[in-house]
Design a protein around this ligand. Structure first.
Ligand SMILES: C[S@@+](CC[C@H](N)C(=O)[O-])C[C@H]1O[C@@H](n2cnc3c(N)ncnc32)[C@H](O)[C@@H]1O
Length: 236
């Protein structure tokens, strides 16, 4: 989730921490941060209840509503082709893995900090992608260079939108570095990013490495969210 902290608690937080001892201020900060979290959790629950994609995902057997983002991106850019090798970074709970397999991938390997319930046809690692050993483990399990590198990695939210964007941006950059180094010729790379969030040098490197690089906001990506996807096609 990439919610902005709700305005009201944020204002109260600023007012309350201006006076008192440093211990009292620290306590105030902790209490108010908790309020911010519970307020944004309440909004998240509300959205889940009212969200047609959540209901559709349940009805169609997708593990997460995010499955529709990959479906929509694939419908538009024809990313997944029969027999492809695909790496899925930040794969839990497994929605994108399901889509990759359903649409004909030959070998699919996913990685996440969280445990992923087995998905028939995919190999999954519970591991930090930023771990030095991760890239080699993924390539070994895949049995060759990936034709498609997908990343939907998102950092845990702190309640502070800018911090969340920077942390998720760093994950997108790690994914881009992996894609630049390992994608097979003709292959593609998709990553969750935030508008203007990717380092300019890395973006330039992606543009040199792939024939086309563009931003996409699939219809199922929430309108109010700063999330966009970067789609790089035609690895040279
Ligand atoms: C939006 S979810 C992915 C949803 C997935 N695409 C699906 O359809 O089921 C983002 C995931 O990124 C994972 N993540 C965040 N940082 C990570 C890291 N350093 N290494 C691996 N996974 C990470 C989180 O644990 C979380 O499960």
């Amino acid at each position: 989730m990439t919610d902005d902290p709700p305005e009201e608690p944020k204002r109260r937080w600023r007012n309350k921490i201006t006076g008192g001892s440093s211990e009292a201020r620290a306590l105030g900060e902790r209490v108010l941060k908790k309020n911010i979290r519970s307020e944004s959790s309440r909004r998240w629950i509300e959205r889940q209840i009212n969200d047609p994609y959540v209901a559709r995902a349940r009805a169609e057997g997708w593990r997460a509503r995010s499955a529709f983002k990959l479906i929509e991106l694939d419908d538009k850019y024809h990313l997944i082709k029969r027999g492809m090798r695909i790496v899925d970074l930040g794969a839990a709970p497994g929605g994108w893995l399901q889509v990759a397999i359903k649409r004909g991938a030959g070998a699919v390997v996913g990685i996440d900090l969280l445990e992923i319930e087995p998905v028939t046809g995919a190999t999954v690692f519970q591991m930090d992608f930023l771990d030095r050993e991760a890239p080699a483990a993924l390539l070994k399990a895949l049995g060759g260079k990936p034709d498609l590198v997908l990343s939907d990695m998102a950092a845990n939210t702190t309640g502070h939108a800018r911090t969340d964007q920077i942390r998720t941006g760093a994950l997108a950059e790690a994914a881009a570095t992996f894609a630049i180094q390992h994608t097979a010729p003709g292959g593609a790379f998709v990553t969750k990013a935030f508008q203007g969030g990717l380092d300019a040098t890395l973006l330039a490197e992606l543009k040199r490495t792939f024939s086309s690089v563009r931003h996409a906001k699939p219809p199922s990506s929430r309108k109010g969210s700063p999330e966009v996807f970067l789609v790089a096609l035609g690895r040279k």
